[in-house]
Write a new protein. Structure first.
Length: 259
């Protein structure tokens, strides 16, 4: 009987929709690790693709029911038409919900990756600061070298504040949704502790180091000035002595210069 066959197709499709809703949409998900979150994203992508592929079957069922209704007695129309309407509505709702949830989880995953990126950037910057401070502890050289070191340190200190704001906002977005909250709180606590230590200790060291470098620059400039004066004095003496030699002046005649 054609009606029985059509109802069987409708029933099987209804069962698949119900199973998909229970499997991917009705269960409570908890994402405590990045692996769990990434796995959920991949599963939803596959579910979304599977639902899209079912569109062909839904269309075949729809065509079969409509063809049957066109030829069958009116008494058989209403029940089948109602079942078909329920099926198509349920299928469209499933596709819409799967798309929505998949997009949401993809955005959550992107948010997590962005948070890691900002944390990595800030920690690398703190590492650079530490290395730069160590490099300037016993710096030696002329005024130019010291000045370059100070400029390099000052450039490094001009670091965007936005990065830390982004870290706070991204972490808040994820933890508000109960996603990776324990892991994020652990990472934030570690980063915030390091940042607070940096503010309390490193800023003072940096300030002192900058003052020390500025003083070293001044001292080196004074030394350079003294050396230039000595060189100029030696040049005058050399010129005078050369003139004495040319004039065959004896050392006994110029005891000051001879000495």
């Amino acid at each position: 009987d054609k009606t029985v066959s059509l109802r069987k197709d409708l029933s099987e499709m209804h069962e698949w929709i119900t199973q998909a809703e229970e499997e991917y949409l009705e269960r409570d998900f908890e994402y405590k690790t990045p692996d769990e979150l990434q796995k959920a994203v991949e599963e939803l992508k596959r579910a979304k693709e599977e639902a899209i592929q079912k569109e062909v079957k839904v269309k075949l069922i729809t065509d079969s029911v409509n063809n049957f209704i066109a030829k069958a007695p009116p008494a058989a129309h209403e029940a089948l038409k109602k079942e078909l309407d329920v099926l198509t509505t349920s299928y469209q709702r499933l596709c819409s919900r799967l798309n929505g949830k998949c997009k949401t989880l993809e955005e959550v995953w992107a948010c997590w990756c962005e948070l890691l990126s900002y944390l990595d950037a800030e920690n690398k910057w703190l590492n650079e600061i530490e290395l730069k401070l160590k490099a300037t502890e016993n710096i030696q050289g002329g005024a130019e070298e010291i000045s370059e070191s100070l400029d390099s340190l000052e450039r490094l200190m001009r670091h965007p504040e936005d990065n830390r704001s982004q870290i706070r906002e991204l972490a808040q977005t994820l933890t508000d949704g109960g996603i990776l909250d324990e892991l994020i709180n652990e990472k934030l606590e570690k980063f915030n502790t390091r940042w607070e230590e940096f503010k309390q200790e490193e800023w003072l060291i940096i300030d002192l180091r900058q003052k020390s470098l500025e003083q070293s620059i001044q001292s080196a400039q004074e030394t350079d000035k003294t050396l230039r004066l000595i060189q100029e004095s030696l040049a005058v003496i050399d010129k005078q002595l050369t003139a004495y030699i040319a004039d065959r002046v004896d050392a006994a005649q110029v005891p000051q210069e001879a000495q």
